[in-house]
Design a protein around this ligand. Structure first.
Ligand code: ZN
Length: 144
């Protein structure tokens, strides 16, 4: 009996109640069905799925950190290169995202900068004070 494959539409000679023309189309159909049901499951059990992901991450925190550490150590040159390529290819987008971020976080950024410069001021005052104290000690040693 001739039939149209319900995946690719090809006409094939169907034995019994076959709906797909080839093993490839059968696999393709079951993959599609699996994806669809996984998607539906996730949509219907959103909170449970998120919670189980959270639990998994919490239970495997150390292994995951260790895995990431090893991965970065083994692939650092590639990663640096990939990031450089990404930045070069997406220069405009990145600049635009940065502009949007800055516009949306103006206050926070100003506050962060204020704290940063206050800390730098303190640190440089401290360094100047230490330098003055060292100079004074040198002076005392020289004139003692
Ligand atoms: Zn087919």
């Amino acid at each position: 009996m001739e039939k149209a494959c319900d995946v690719c539409g090809a006409i094939f000679d169907a034995t019994k109640n076959a709906k797909r023309c080839s093993p490839e189309c059968r696999k393709d159909a079951s993959r599609t069905l699996n994806r669809k049901s996984a998607r539906e499951y996730r949509a219907a059990h959103r909170e449970e799925v998120l919670e189980s992901k959270r639990q998994y991450r919490a239970a495997h925190r150390k292994e995951r950190a260790e895995y990431n550490r090893k991965y970065y150590a083994a692939h650092s040159a590639e990663i640096v290169e990939r990031r450089r390529e990404y930045r070069a290819a997406h220069r405009e987008e990145i600049a635009e995202r940065r502009r949007q971020y800055r516009a949306a976080h103006r206050e926070e950024i100003a506050e962060y900068n204020r704290k940063y410069y206050a800390r730098m001021d303190e640190e440089s005052s401290l360094m100047m004070l230490q330098a003055a104290l060292r100079a004074l000690a040198e002076h005392r040693k020289a004139t003692a």
